[in-house]
Ligand binder design. Structure first.
Ligand SMILES: C[S@@+](CC[C@H](N)C(=O)[O-])C[C@H]1O[C@@H](n2cnc3c(N)ncnc32)[C@H](O)[C@@H]1O
Length: 188
């Protein structure tokens, strides 16, 4: 696993931060179909969504609902982006800024991350890569059968939290590991 650490000034538009934008673009060059369910104004991806209707995303839905819509339309992607609000406070600010009421349940970032990661996993192709950004490195995780291929720490100086950037590759389903090879199954 590759681990790097660089310095860059903070910016709420994550991919505008040069080393983070470069990290995303490097993986995107290997992609044919990509999705960003928390896109804000970044239009680099095949399918984009952001809850805030004042952003330039193609759709303005809750991220989980958007990903379920793609799943129901049988979309499968090879790059998934996961750049949500990083804290309960950021979730609360986002919801309030667009006139939505927020209770305890909505502001729990762990709950948001779990439901959106599950929905993202459902449309990821085996061998595809999820790029996650935030203040912790839980990622998609081994429980969903992802292996970490790269971590890039971006330090913002002073009292700022680092942005932790992670690339994780989706492993083949367990069933594929036990299916017979062509020779074992008698096929030439
Ligand atoms: C960290 S920002 C994304 C920044 C973006 N990657 C960029 O480089 O500019 C998170 C975005 O998620 C959106 N958001 C917050 N909660 C959401 C939800 N439940 N569903 C979809 N989008 C949401 C916010 O409006 C915000 O634009």
């Amino acid at each position: 696993m590759k681990i790097t650490r660089t310095f860059a000034m903070p910016n709420s538009e994550t991919f505008t931060i040069p080393p983070i934008g470069d990290f995303v673009k490097r993986y995107l060059t290997t992609s044919t179909i990509s999705v960003d369910p928390f896109a804000r104004n970044k239009t680099w991806f095949t399918y984009t969504n952001d809850l805030n209707p004042d952003t330039s995303a193609q759709h303005h839905m809750d991220a989980e609902t958007f990903l379920h819509m793609l799943r129901d339309n049988e979309v499968a992607v090879d790059i998934g982006i996961f750049d949500p609000p990083y804290s309960p406070r950021q979730i609360s600010e986002c919801y309030k800024s667009i006139g939505l009421t927020v209770g305890m349940e909505e502001t729990q970032n762990g709950r948001l991350y779990k439901r959106v990661r599950d929905a993202l996993d459902a449309i990821m192709k085996p061998g595809g890569v999820v790029l996650s950004f935030g203040w912790q490195s839980a990622g998609m995780g081994t429980g969903r059968r992802y292996e970490v291929v790269e971590i890039a720490l971006v330090n913002h100086g002073g009292g700022h939290n680092d942005t932790i950037c992670m690339a994780e590759r989706k492993l083949p389903p367990v069933s594929d590991l036990f299916s017979p090879s062509p020779t074992e199954s008698g096929k030439p």
